[in-house]
Structures are given as structure tokens and as C-alpha cells.
Design a protein around this ligand. Structure first.
Ligand code: NAD
Length: 332
């Protein structure tokens, strides 16, 4: 039977893959380890590898996989920034381009509402029978300007929700869609005008640290920044300075640039060595979640279905809409 080696397995992944794998006649060997150049050998004898954003699919891993005869990698996520497509050569790479844009958009809104309306502070206070409202004043979203960077699937779902709140939406996209009804502007103008900025574009060479000191300097004082996209879009040192100076009024971060070291893991019993993240976490107006924006039952089911469908297409030599078009991805 066609067998896939499944890396960085978590119980919530296994639940849906186990439920659906019979429908696609795919066998799965689950490994808790992340995929790295050293663990690639675990896939020996399998037909393909299933990996995630937390896995290392750099040059050495790709070489190691090729050496044991693996020709297919199915990413059970949308982003490909951790996959060295150049080194993949003629390997077949699949991903799940759209599993639940609304899940990510809803999480972005949850972060915004939580940090703005101080829900996290209120929750810990009332648990301690402290019913004081001191320091819990938020601001209304109605009538405020939200700047959306990236008007793809998630950006649009986020815009829909913001419009429901009565917010004015402005957007920046490197490839604006003429047919999409939104006020597009350039990135600097968006930074200048928005009360809230939410990032929904991919991490690429030219988007790395797009939120840096220069961008933060021209933003409104007290701006809120939400990032559910990729941590590398924000220069974390510059963000921390801006939070500490009061330039940034609040930040909701589901992603962080050095996250692969500890996101998805319980490291609470270890000495924490990332000082920037540690100080960010300790700020009352910063909320960090552990790359969980996708984590709904609906999205997990869709990820499992799409990944298994990709593997079945790979086995049967059929086309799949989830196959990564290498020319387009490399250009990106
Ligand atoms: P998408 O491909 O549908 O949309 C991305 C948009 O970004 C496109 O409109 C594209 O034109 C635009 N873009 C490309 N290059 C740009 C640039 N240089 N500057 C500005 N805009 C640019 O992707 P999506 O499904 O909407 O996902 C958006 C991002 O969300 C993904 O890149 C991924 O990193 C992230 N994501 C996060 C989670 C999570 O759990 N936190 C889950 C899924 C996706």
C-alpha cells in the first residue's frame, strides 16, 4: 500500500488523518519528530513524506530524502517558506493552498478584539475575584481605518469581518486585484493612515521585515498590529522598541520570526532564551498565540482531506490542483 511518513505528528492531526486515510487507501507512518536532515532517514521505505511549517525542508533535508528514494513531499499547510524548492529539483511538492481562510481571519479578529478590549487582563482578574475595570479601557472599531496587507483568501475573509464592524478598509497588495472592491494604496500610505494593521501576505525575500523601524516610525501613535501570517514579516526588535515607547498601542501575534524553536511545544520547564519574545510576552498590550490561527476542526478536516487527495493523485499519476507549480513558486 502507498505509505506516507508523517512528521511532527500531533494528536489533533492524527485524529483527522486516521479518520479519512481509508477513504483514499493511504497508509501512514506517524513520527513525533520533526523532519530534519537527521530524521529524514525514518521515511526509508515510504513513498512520500508529509510535513508541516515547523519542519526543516532545507537543502540538506531534501538531499537526505532523495538519497533514500523519496520523490514526493506533501506539505499539510499553505505556506512553503520552509521548503527549499530549488534543492527539491524534480521532486513533486504538494501543499494545501486553501483549507479554511476564515479560520485564520477569525483568529486575527480574535487577537484584535482580545488585545484591544483587554479580555486577557479581565479573564485573569475576574478569576482572582478582582472586578476592577482600571486599565481596561479599549477603543471602538467602528469608523476606524484598518490597513490590510495582502488581499488574498485570508485577507479578504478578514476584510469581510472588518466591514461588518463598520471599519474603513484600505489595502496594500503587490498584485492588486482590479476586480476586488477595496481602496488599494501603497504600503507607506497604509502605514501612515491605519489605526489597525493586519498582515496577510506571504513571507518572501521582499516582504521579510516589511514592518521594520522605518515603517513603524511613520505609523500612527497607538497603532495596533496583528500578524497571523509569518513571523519574519516583522522585525521583532523594532516591534518591541515600538511597544515599549508606546508607538504601538497593541499587538496580536500568532507568529514570531524565531518560532520554529519552540512554537507547538511545551517548553515551560526549560530556561527561556529568546529575550525579545520574553519581553514581548510580558507586555500587557501584547498577545502571542502559538501559530494556532488555522486550528479549527473544519480546517483540520480540510487539511487531512486535501493532503490525502494529493497523495492519492501522486500514487495514481494524476494531476492535482495542490501540486506546487515550481516556476511560479520560485519566482515568488
Ligand atoms: P493568498 O496567496 O491567497 O494571498 C496572499 C496575498 O499576498 C496575495 O493577494 C498576494 O498577491 C499578496 N502578496 C504577494 N506578495 C506580496 C508582497 N510582496 N506584498 C504584499 N502582498 C503580497 O494566501 P492566503 O491563503 O490569504 O494566506 C495568507 C498568509 O497567511 C500565507 O502567506 C500564510 O503565511 C499565512 N497563513 C497563516 C496561518 C496560521 O495558522 N497562522 C494559516 C494559513 C496561512
Amino acid at each position: 500500500m502507498y505509505t506516507a511518513a508523517f512528521y511532527d505528528t500531533k494528536p489533533y492531526d492524527k485524529k483527522w488523518f486516521d479518520k479519512l486515510k481509508g477513504d483514499y487507501k493511504i497508509d501512514i507512518r506517524y513520527f513525533e519528530s520533526r523532519l530534519t536532515p537527521d530524521t529524514a532517514v525514518l521515511a526509508k521505505g515510504c513513498d512520500s513524506v508529509v510535513a508541516f511549517v515547523s519542519d526543516d525542508l532545507g537543502k540538506n533535508t531534501m538531499e537526505a530524502l532523495k538519497n533514500i528514494g523519496i520523490r514526493t513531499v506533501a506539505m499539510r499547510c499553505a505556506g512553503l517558506n520552509n521548503v527549499d524548492l530549488q534543492s527539491a529539483g524534480d521532486m513533486r511538492i504538494y501543499h494545501v493552498p486553501a483549507y479554511s481562510p476564515s479560520a485564520v481571519a477569525e483568529h486575527a479578529v480574535a487577537l484584535l478584539l482580545c488585545v484591544n478590549r483587554k479580555i486577557h487582563k479581565a479573564w485573569s482578574r475576574t478569576r482572582d475575584h478582582n472586578f476592577s475595570l482600571k486599565g481596561l479601557v479599549g477603543f471602538g472599531l467602528k469608523g476606524k481605518t484598518v490597513g490590510v496587507v495582502g488581499t488574498g483568501k485570508v485577507g479578504r475573509a478578514f476584510i469581510d469581518i472588518c466591514r461588518g464592524f463598520g471599519m474603513k478598509v484600505i489595502a496594500y497588495d503587490a498584485y492588486p486585484d482590479k476586480n476586488f472592491d477595496v481602496e488599494y494604496t501603497d504600503f507607506r500610505d497604509l502605514c501612515r493612515r491605519a489605526h489597525v494593521i493586519s498582515l496577510h501576505c506571504p513571507l518572501l525575500k521582499d516582504t521579510r521585515h516589511m514592518i521594520d523601524k522605518k515603517a513603524l516610525d511613520i505609523m500612527q501613535s497607538g497603532v495596533y498590529i496583528i500578524n497571523t501570517s509569518r513571523g519574519g514579516l516583522i522585525d521583532s526588535d523594532a516591534l518591541l522598541d515600538a511597544v515599549q515607547s508606546g508607538k504601538v498601542g497593541g499587538a496580536g501575534l500568532d507568529v514570531y520570526e524565531e518560532e520554529t524553536e519552540f512554537f507547538y511545544e511545551d517548553v515551560s520547564d526549560k530556561v527561556f532564551t529568546d529575550e525579545v519574545l520574553d519581553v514581548l510576552l510580558s507586555q500587557p498590550n501584547v498577545i502571542v498565540t502559538s501559530h494556532q490561527a488555522f486550528l479549527t476542526e473544519e480546517a483540520l478536516e480540510a487539511i487531512a482531506r486535501e493532503t490525502l487527495a494529493s497523495l492519492a493523485a501522486d500514487r495514481d499519476g494524476k494531476d492535482s490542483p495542490n501540486m506546487v507549480r515550481r516556476d511560479a513558486a520560485l519566482k515568488g
